[in-house]
Design a protein around this ligand. Structure first.
Ligand code: DUC
Ligand code: ZN
Ligand code: ZN
Ligand code: ZN
Length: 484
């Protein structure tokens, strides 16, 4: 059984050209003019692009006294509806739980996935068991990225000594550390102060996490990574302070990647301040939405290349779950959705406004991510031999985003009423058509786990620290070093 995508314009991270794409089984078999196959998908007027990869989701995650409401079934269905064909979720051991034990839970949750997926492993505590199991996670399970929370004091947060030890372990294993960069101690202090002063509403969440807590933590993580001799990936970069630290590190030759979210690029802090309780609480996430200056900084980072990927941090809670925090904003489950809307929103507000080009769009939603996570060109590419994870993108198709018509299992959408121009005509996952003209063709269980090899090359970070601290004895003329 073969499928041919005809009459489209292929858009990759660096090329735009007209050609047909022939798919045999799960792979791209040929690219060129006038191809034929058993099934024909018409791509006239459309772009044929690598399917999106979302490097940051939390599906069915135990968090803040509940579970995020989208699981691998509804979450990956939402992904495909919006042109995303692979997600990378976070396996999250509870403090004291072994990494391999936590992975079993994520293996069980993910069997219903409609599209391919991988995991990052979170380091939420530290001892010899974690140190030892990291090797099995990398070498046997093909999970080569480890996430560290610098916030959520008292639950997920790791301290600097634990982070330094884990980063050094990553360096040994050819793995890449990720950080949620917010100063958890300062957030805890500010939260307690706000509550004591009677500020218990959702808007106080934003006041408890100002850009400085993110800038400080991002700087600290970059310096710790440099001392460990390891690259660093900073998730959900939301502000200029954090972006500035990443820019500076990159200018110094350090491999540091920054990931803004579609939410921070397109929604601002007025969502908390000019709103009723439910509206604001539904938008409580960490980091919080920022002002327009920070948004401009993030867009500039995507255009200039100082920021590398756009993700969602998809972590969806219903209104009822959000209401756990009535009377105490620190109990509002943190998180927003976005899996279905990331590509249409980025196209509309990025390509549609001229802030980024179609090729840059492909780079930040797919190809850069596949390269950093070391699954390129199997994923993130329109090349012969690559997985046929593709989106046929209609730049003229429009819709109004509405919770009533979304795939996600929650009762609202943070992008409600936004008009988007640019949507999938077809989404293909390993050769199978999952979405055709807005109609879902679900294929629960089709998704496979994608193993990722360690990337030895990116592991050789440019640390000047190692050289400076290499043992060097100072000898005075005429006096033997061993003497006196
Ligand atoms: N931030 C969120 O808003 N939700 C999930 C975890 C996180 O870091
Ligand atoms: Zn986070
Ligand atoms: Zn509202
Ligand atoms: Zn997250």
């Amino acid at each position: 059984m073969s499928t041919v995508i005809r009459n489209g314009t292929i858009v990759t991270a660096d090329l735009t050209y007209e050609a047909d794409v022939l798919i045999e089984g799960r792979k791209i078999a040929a690219i060129g003019p006038d191809l034929s196959g058993d099934e024909v998908l018409d791509a006239s007027g459309c772009y044929v692009m690598p399917g999106g990869i979302d490097p940051h989701t939390h599906l069915e995650m135990p968090f803040m006294g509940t579970y995020s409401s989208d699981d691998f079934e509804s979450g990956t269905r939402a992904a495909l509806a919006g042109g995303t064909t692979m997600v990378v979720d976070f396996a999250l051991p509870s403090p004291g739980q072994g990494l391999l034990d936590a992975l079993k839970m994520w293996d069980n949750k993910s069997t219903r996935a409609h599209c391919d997926y991988s995991f990052h492993m979170a380091i939420t505590w530290w001892d010899k068991q974690v140190f030892d199991e990291m090797e099995t996670v990398v070498k046997e399970r093909g999970i080569t990225t480890f996430k560290h929370f610098m916030a959520y004091k008292g639950s997920l947060m790791v301290n600097d000594d634990e982070m330094f030890a884990s980063f050094r372990r990553c360096a040994e294993l050819g793995a890449i550390p990720l950080v949620h960069a917010e100063n958890g101690d300062v957030v805890a202090e500010l939260s307690a102060k706000l509550l004591a002063e009677g500020n218990n509403g959702p808007e106080a969440h934003a006041y408890s996490r100002p850009p400085q807590v993110e800038g400080e933590a991002t700087n600290r993580a970059i310096m710790i990574a440099d001392m460990a001799g390891v690259p660093l990936y900073v998730v959900h970069v939301s502000c200029e302070e954090s972006h500035e630290a990443i820019r500076r590190a990159r200018m110094q030759g350090k491999r540091v990647w920054g990931e803004p979210l579609i939410q921070h690029l397109t929604l601002d802090e007025s969502e908390y301040f000019n709103a009723d309780w439910d509206h604001a609480a539904r938008r409580v996430m960490s980091p919080p939405f920022r002002n327009r200056q920070h948004q401009d900084s993030l867009w500039a980072g995507l255009a200039s290349g100082s920021l590398s990927c756009v993700a969602t941090d998809h972590c969806a809670f219903t209104t009822d779950q959000k209401r756990y925090g009535v009377g105490d904003f620190t109990k509002i489950p943190n998180g927003t959705g976005g899996l279905e809307d990331r590509l249409p929103m980025l196209w509309t507000y990025g390509v549609g406004t001229g802030r980024i080009t179609p090729n840059e769009f492909v780079a930040v939603t797919s190809t850069n991510i596949a390269k950093i996570l070391n699954v390129y060109p199997r994923k993130g590419a329109v090349l012969v031999g690559a997985d046929a994870d593709l989106v046929v993108w209609d730049p003229e198709k429009t819709k109004t985003i509405a919770a009533a018509s979304q795939q996600s299992a929650i009762d609202y959408n943070v992008f409600e009423d936004k008009e988007v121009r640019g949507l999938p005509r077809y989404t293909l996952t390993r050769g199978r058509v999952a979405v055709a003209d807005g109609e879902m063709k679900p294929q629960e269980g089709w998704g496979e786990f994608v193993k990722r090899p360690p990337n030895g090359a990116v592991n050789k970070a440019l640390s000047s620290w190692k050289e400076l601290t290499a043992p060097r004895r100072i000898e005075r003329a005429g006096i033997p070093a061993s003497g006196v």
